[in-house]
Design a protein around this ligand. Structure first.
Ligand code: 13P
Ligand code: SF4
Length: 360
């Protein structure tokens, strides 16, 4: 661990807390920033590359992705966009499972990431060997995994879902009489189970960011802002979801903020998303949902430590050097692609709205 590293406790199988690491990038000053942006713009063209970013990464990367013909969106739209785009190289500014999904869908393309150590606690907390044993113990169940998993875990699944589409997929499978094995996020799994009534056996993973939102403090903040709307990502604990006016994926929460006549919003998801919300709705007030209060700890900052590892500096470096290429075992790809394609086909069939959120 160096001076720029932080340790992150996360839930591991058997409810043991394990520790992972994230490094904190140095942010460029204004002069360095404009030089880096000019360099990246040139390199994207030279390398025939497109930048695909998640709403949780630094605002500079979000703006640059849109300004250069790429996309800022949720994990489903990121997968879809990279899959259709003609560029030879896809640069994924997000976390590793997003890079792996892009590679699985585009094995012939080069997929780069600013930092390959950008993890996700849900992915880390669902090791492929233990997950395979869980599946083997329940062969009668349809296996549905969240996008936030490794390629090897996806290769054991029948379906992959993201938070945008988890509800309709589970509802559909429940109507077909299927019993579900769900992994890895327990809060999203609980929420979907309660909404659909499906028979679901849950892996007990959690997101280190969303798990920190506090219901009692949220209630108090809500009382201070009469008429506000509470927007909650379903990776949050049940007590927080119960206080929500809108529950949805990142894109769905942004759309709700745009459509609502409310003027104040409390947002229970990574605060990287506030950049897009404020750009799209400059006359509205967006507040972070509380993560402090009873039971809070030092990682309760409402920002994913691994998403934060993406920066203009490491983006320029990977475009220049070609390092940080995502690889997925070619033997796994034909199996891992099946649950992803099943989801993308289903999304098209039910006409699931994509972000449709353009440049501002
Ligand atoms: P979305 O699919 O809503 O973008 O969520 C991804 C994620 O990692 C949330 O923490
Ligand atoms: Fe994973 Fe949570 Fe970070 Fe999303 S916010 S990438 S679920 S650790």
């Amino acid at each position: 661990m160096n001076k720029n590293s932080i340790s992150i406790p996360y839930d591991h199988p058997g409810l043991v807390t394990a520790t992972a690491w994230a490094s904190v990038p140095d942010l460029p000053d204004e002069q360095e920033k404009s030089e880096l942006i000019a360099r990246i713009r040139r390199l994207l063209i030279e390398q025939d590359a497109v930048l695909v970013a998640h709403y949780y990464v630094h605002a500079d990367l979000q703006d640059l992705a849109e300004a250069t013909g790429g996309i800022v969106s949720d994990s489903l739209d990121m997968a879809n966009f990279g899959h259709k785009h003609p560029a030879k190289t896809i640069v994924v500014a997000g976390v590793r499972f997003m890079g792996e999904t892009a590679k699985i869908l585009n094995p012939e393309k080069r997929v780069l990431m600013p930092d390959l150590a950008a993890e996700c606690s849900l992915d880390l907390g669902c090791p492929a060997d233990q997950f395979a044993a869980f599946c083997d113990a329940h062969p009668d169940r349809t296996v549905v995994v969240y996008a936030n998993t490794s390629a090897a875990v996806k290769a054991r699944a029948d379906w992959m879902v993201t938070s945008s589409i988890a509800l309709p997929v589970i509802k559909y499978l429940h109507e077909q009489g299927k019993k579900i094995l769900w992994a890895p996020d327990r809060h999203l799994g609980n929420y979907v189970q309660e909404q659909t009534g499906a028979d679901m056996l849950l892996w007990q993973g959690a997101c280190v960011v969303h798990d920190e939102y506090k219901a009692r403090e949220l209630l108090a903040l809500k009382a201070e802002h009469p008429g506000c709307l509470v927007l909650v990502h379903p990776e949050s604990p049940r007590a927080v979801i119960q206080l929500a006016d809108v529950i949805g994926s990142t894109t769905q929460l942004i759309t709700a903020a745009q459509r609502s006549s409310a003027k104040t919003f409390i947002v229970a998801t990574d605060n990287g998303i506030l950049h897009k919300m404020r750009r799209l709705c400059p006359d509205k007030l967006f507040l972070d949902a509380p993560t402090s209060g009873a039971g809070a700890n030092c990682i309760s900052c409402s920002h994913c430590p691994w998403m934060a590892m993406n920066s203009l500096t490491n983006l320029a470096k990977v475009l220049e050097t070609g390092t940080n290429e995502i690889t997925v075992d070619p033997a796994i790809i034909p199996r891992a692609v099946q649950p992803i394609k099943r989801m993308l086909d289903f999304a098209r069939e039910i006409k699931l709205p994509t972000s449709g959120i353009g440049n501002v």
